[in-house]
Write a protein that binds this ligand. Structure first.
Ligand SMILES: [Zn+2]
Ligand SMILES: [Zn+2]
Length: 259
C-alpha cells in the first residue's frame, strides 16, 4: 500500500541554527538550513505514526497540520528524541482519539527514561488534570499497526544499542555510530533509507557523511536521505558533492513509498 513519509525534523540534538552560533549555516537564508530536532511521520490509509517526539514536536505538528496520531515509536530515550511527548496532549483527548490512549512503543530502556522524565504523565496520582492520554507498550519485535509492519532494527549509538525501524520499502536509522551485521541483513531491497550523517568529522556516537556513504555502497537503496544533520553541513553545497541518489533531508520533505 502507498504511504507518505514526512520529515518532521532533520537536525542534530541542538537544532540548526544553534543558539548563539553565527556560522554560515546557522545564519543562512536558505530555509533548508533550518533544521528542527530529528523525527519522521508515516501516513497511510488515514493513519499517522510518529517516530520520536522531539522538543520541536509542537512546531512540527503545527507546520504539518497534524490532526491525529495513531501511535508513536521511539528510537531511544535521549532528550532530542523524547522531550516533545507532553505536546501530543491536544491530540490525545477523547474527541480526537475516540477514547483510547495513544500507544507509545518503546524498548525497556527507553520506557524507563520516559517514565522518569514524564513521571507526572505515567503516575496515577497526578491531580492537576490535562494530562497527555498515552500508554507505554513493549517493543519486543515487529509491531503490526493498521495493516503495516514496523520492524525494529538494532543499531549502535556510541556503545548503546538503540532502535532503527524498517517499514515496507523504507527504513529510518537515526543516531548510530555503527550498524551490526545482522541488522544490515534486514536492510536489503530498500527504496528509501534514512541514515544519521552528523557532519564530516568523526564523532563518538554518530555516523558521518563518509561512514554513511559506505553503508549506501553496501546496501544499495534506491534513494538515501541523511538526517540528524549538524551546522557543519550547508544544504546546497553538501548536496552538490553527494552522489545523485543521496541527499540531505530537510524539514518538511515528503516522500511516497510502498509500505
Ligand atoms: Zn539524537
Ligand atoms: Zn541520541
Amino acid at each position: 500500500m502507498r504511504a507518505i513519509l514526512t520529515v518532521l525534523g532533520s537536525g542534530t540534538s541542538m537544532g540548526v541554527p544553534t543558539i548563539g552560533c553565527d556560522c554560515a549555516v546557522c545564519t543562512s537564508a536558505d530555509p533548508h538550513d533550518r533544521r528542527t530536532r530529528p523525527s519522521i511521520m508515516v501516513q497511510w490509509d488515514g493513519r499517522t505514526v510518529l517516530i520520536d517526539t522531539t522538543p520541536d514536536f509542537r512546531e512540527q505538528a503545527i507546520r504539518e497540520g497534524i490532526r491525529k496520531i495513531d501511535a508513536v515509536l521511539y528510537t531511544h530515550g535521549h532528550a532530542d528524541h523524547i522531550l516533545g511527548l507532553d505536546d501530543v496532549r491536544p491530540l490525545s483527548f477523547p474527541r480526537i482519539t475516540g477514547g483510547g490512549k495513544i500507544p507509545l512503543f518503546a524498548s525497556d530502556g527507553t520506557a524507563r527514561v520516559l517514565r522518569s522524565v514524564f513521571r507526572y504523565i505515567f503516575e496515577a496520582d497526578y491531580k492537576f488534570g490535562g494530562l497527555a492520554q498515552v500508554e507505554l507498550r513493549p517493543l519486543n519485535g515487529p509491531i503490526d499497526l493498521f495493516g503495516a509492519t514496523f520492524r525494529p532494527i538494532p543499531v549502535i549509538h556510541g556503545d548503546v544499542p538503540i532502535e532503527g525501524y524498517r517499514f515496507g520499502s523504507a527504513a529510518y536509522l537515526t543516531d548510530f555510530s555503527s550498524v551490526p551485521e545482522e541488522s544490515l541483513a534486514q536492510l536489503e531491497g530498500l527504496d528509501i533509507l534514512f541514515l544519521d550523517a552528523l557532519r564530516h568529522h568523526p564523532h563518538p556516537t554518530h555516523s558521518t557523511v563518509e561512514n554513511s556513504l559506505k553503508l549506501v555502497e553496501r546496501l544499495k537503496p534506491k534513494r538515501t536521505y541523511f538526517t540528524h544533520i549538524s551546522h557543519d553541513l550547508p544544504h546546497q553545497a553538501t548536496n552538490a558533492a553527494l552522489p545523485e541518489n543521496v541527499r540531505l533531508s530537510h524539514d518538511g520533505l515528503k516522500l511516497e513509498f510502498e509500505l
